[in-house]
Design a protein around this ligand. Structure first.
Ligand code: SF4
Length: 338
């Protein structure tokens, strides 16, 4: 039995004070943390319940034209918020492609960023796993690796990051606002999650005693041309084998700027800025997106059970780019067959 100390916070300051120290956890929706606890994968000494912090439950417009998503707003409330639907439909679609309605009603925006990999070995305490038990090995390299990475992995860990929402947040270049014992800071989304390298136990750059307070969306939302295409083993309640978030703006029929982010292929939402630059000035054609796909997937490498993802990702990038031309024909959760 894991004895722990439970505290309820009603303000950010209270939460940060109560959460100071190692092996302390903030809990909001708990949709992943409680699983980790029940599987005996985490052993908190102190649990700080942040669900009473009302100031983190709002979505507000920013003076620069962007939007601030409170960390405690649920995923469903965010996806269906009129401003998100109108100005950031790409974000709305990615959220609705994940989990189930019940889970999205509990899961929060801040928690979505912190969910852990769904690698089978990570959730099995009887297996070695460098992420759970550093130095113990990575059985996925020689074992079951269908869900695993084809980009950015290391010999220590080939896990993927499971979030859908974060794929859009990467494409939109969101900013994560956090507060800890040393004050508040902002983290560019590209710097929030980290590659496994030699420290696969670290998923992100957030301090253990730092609390995510909000996610800021920049003004550019790609509402006119966007798409999220998620390929998975079943059409509901499954993590992505490959997913692609695409957004671009057209001027005189040519791509003026573009963003492409991939999920299900790496330890982080995967973006290659050279591929986005490559698209500038080009017509939105299959050939253009195929060229971008070549740049995104340069260096991709498969393992015994996931090598198919390389070609799947290439096709998904092209299809998502073409589907973004007319977002009105897309239905969340019902991607066409490739
Ligand atoms: Fe653990 Fe990462 Fe290897 Fe999975 S891929 S077993 S999470 S070290």
């Amino acid at each position: 039995m894991n004895n722990f100390h439970y505290t309820k916070a009603s303000s950010v300051d209270e939460a940060v004070l109560a959460g100071k120290g190692a092996e302390n956890y903030f809990i909001a929706g708990g949709t992943n943390l409680l699983d980790l606890w029940k599987y005996d994968l985490t052993h908190p000494q102190k649990m700080v319940d942040v669900n009473g912090i009302e100031e983190l439950k709002t979505i507000t417009e920013l003076p620069n034209g962007g939007l601030r998503l409170g960390a405690l707003v649920t995923n469903n409330t965010t996806a269906y918020h009129p401003l998100v639907e109108a100005r950031y439909p790409l974000l709305s679609r990615t959220i609705l492609a994940g989990a189930t309605a019940q889970i999205r009603n509990s899961a929060t925006n801040g928690g979505n960023l912190l969910q852990r990999t769904r690698c089978y070995y990570f959730y099995d305490p009887a297996s070695p796993c460098n992420k759970r038990n550093p130095g113990s090995g990575c059985p996925a390299v020689e074992g079951q690796n269908r869900l695993h990475a084809i980009l950015g992995f290391s010999d220590k860990c080939i896990a993927t990051f499971p979030s859908d929402m974060c794929v859009a947040l990467a494409a939109l270049e969101a900013v994560v606002r956090v507060t800890g014992p040393n004050g508040s800071r902002e983290i560019a989304f590209a710097d929030f999650h980290r590659l496994p390298g030699d420290r696969p136990e670290l998923d992100n750059t957030l301090g253990q005693d730092e609390l995510i307070t909000a996610i800021d969306l920049p003004p550019r939302g790609y509402a006119e041309h966007h798409n999220y295409l998620k390929l998975r083993d079943r059409n509901s309640y499954a993590f992505a084998l490959v997913s692609v978030a695409t957004g671009y703006e057209l001027e005189a029929g040519m791509i003026a700027n573009a963003r492409i982010a991939l999920g299900g292929v790496a330890h982080i939402p995967w973006r290659v800025e050279a591929a986005e630059t490559y698209l500038e000035g080009k017509a939105p054609t299959e050939a253009s997106f195929a060229g971008a796909a070549d740049l995104i997937l340069a260096g991709a490498q498969g393992f015994e059970h996931n090598a198919f993802k390389i070609e799947l990702a290439r096709r998904t990038i092209v299809r998502s780019g073409m589907m973004a031309l007319d977002p009105s024909c897309q239905r969340p959760g019902a991607p066409p067959s490739l």
